[in-house]
Design a protein. Structure first.
Length: 141
């Protein structure tokens, strides 16, 4: 855990908000940071927004499982290292690829079957699949 030095007035304001909401100060700060990140996400592309939501799910898992090393990863580091959330809901990094069994995704198999088909059909399926995965991850956030 790190110590953060803030001025007295801000500390009092944080304590008052935490008391009114019946929460620890850390939770109030976490929510404030989440709101700031959400505000910043408004300027991101839809793909970037989807990844930020996935990272939020991953961070929630890592916080619940006390994985401080992975919690410390920035969005930029996750852009380079993040792989997927497995069927059991466990966020995985690229370094874990091949270390556990990942069942084939039937939807991805279907995309592969028609990928070499007519370009209109292929593009339509890709767009549909992107929407399906966006909706899937929006539900989890």
């Amino acid at each position: 855990m790190a110590n953060l030095i803030i001025d007295e007035q801000l500390a009092e304001r944080l304590a008052q908000v935490a008391e009114r909401q019946h929460k620890p100060v850390e939770d109030v700060l976490r929510e404030a940071v989440d709101l700031l990140e959400a505000k910043a996400a408004d300027s991101l592309t839809p793909e970037q927004q989807m990844y930020r939501k996935i990272y939020s799910i991953a961070r929630r898992y890592w916080r619940e499982h006390n994985n401080a090393d992975r919690l410390a990863l920035t969005d930029e580091q996750l852009d380079e290292q993040f792989w997927l959330i497995d069927p059991d809901g466990i966020p995985r990094l690229k370094s874990e690829e091949g270390t556990f069994y990942l069942p084939p995704d039937p939807l991805e198999s279907m995309i592969g079957m028609i990928k070499d088909g007519p370009s209109d059909l292929s593009q339509t399926v890709r767009e549909t699949m992107a929407e399906v995965y966006r909706a899937k991850y929006d539900r989890l956030v």
